[in-house]
Design a protein around this ligand. Structure first.
Ligand SMILES: [Zn+2]
Ligand SMILES: [Zn+2]
Length: 260
């Protein structure tokens, strides 16, 4: 069975008509994982008819609002739907500290447990493992502690194991390369194009060309870029600059579905 990546949001800090903030669903080994939960993620989930009953685990890369402001709404909605399955949230320990008062105030009578798993974004380590797959953190370089996530299927008899790496938000960091060497699909943020190189540096993000350079050096099989700045309306500019370095690149746009 193939894995699937569904983009719920591929914008950055400032939402636009084109792009909601960061969020995506990874389906691997018959399980669904939510990565980041920007504002509005639950609306796209519902619009796409994605079944949330089997969504048990959420991974938050860092605590900038464009990656976590959608959580409280999503949890509140799960409560209204009388969800029973526990929800596990993997994130920097500050997330629980920040969300507890909101959960106590808005979601006091939840029909399910919300279980926080504190992670250390500065450390490369396994944070999730079951019979079928492993998830590891990928420390990134950003304004606040941030990590990506590497999904690795366990070996099966008939097929090679699949690997998916999610890297957002980060400035160009070659430290990533050995961890993601040869991944089947690499999602790497590309917030800016070359024209905004200075702003890219000061905000600790990557350009499309830098994302493509990481994909090239890591010998990724395919690259997907996203987390677009609101300053650039024409997303083909991201694609063009990335493709000059790494041709097998695609744009993450809202509701796009990719095979992993
Ligand atoms: Zn962001
Ligand atoms: Zn950020």
């Amino acid at each position: 069975m193939q894995g699937q990546l569904t983009i719920l949001g591929s914008g950055s800090a400032l939402p636009t008509y084109q792009n909601a903030p960061a969020s995506q669903v990874v389906e691997l080994c018959d399980k669904a994982f939510l990565i980041d939960c920007g504002e509005g993620a639950q609306i796209t989930l519902r619009r796409m008819g994605l079944r949330t009953a089997r969504l048990y685990n959420i991974f938050i890369s860092h605590l900038h609002g464009d990656h976590c402001f959608g959580l409280i709404g999503l949890i509140s909605t799960f409560g209204m739907m009388h969800r029973l399955q526990p929800l596990h949230i993997y994130a920097h320990p500050d997330l629980e500290r920040l969300m507890r008062p909101w959960l106590d105030y808005h979601c006091a009578d939840l029909s399910f447990d919300v279980i926080f798993h504190p992670i250390n974004p500065r450390k490369h380590e396994v944070i999730y493992e079951d019979r079928t797959l492993t998830i590891e953190t990928l420390p990134l370089r950003h304004k606040v502690p941030t990590c990506g996530f590497l999904f690795t299927e366990h070996h099966r008899n008939t097929e090679p194991r699949r690997r998916y790496a999610y890297c957002s938000d980060t400035m160009y960091s070659e430290r990533l390369i050995p961890w993601i060497q040869g991944v089947d699909v690499l999602f790497h943020e590309a917030t800016y194009i070359d024209e905004y190189a200075d702003r890219c540096r000061s905000t600790m993000h990557s350009t499309a060309r830098q994302a493509a350079t990481i994909a090239l050096k890591a010998e990724a099989k395919r690259l997907i870029i996203g987390h677009y700045s609101a300053r650039v309306d024409d997303h083909t500019l991201f694609l063009r600059e990335a493709a000059e370095v790494f041709p097998d690149v695609a744009l993450a746009e809202e509701r796009a579905i990719f095979t992993i």
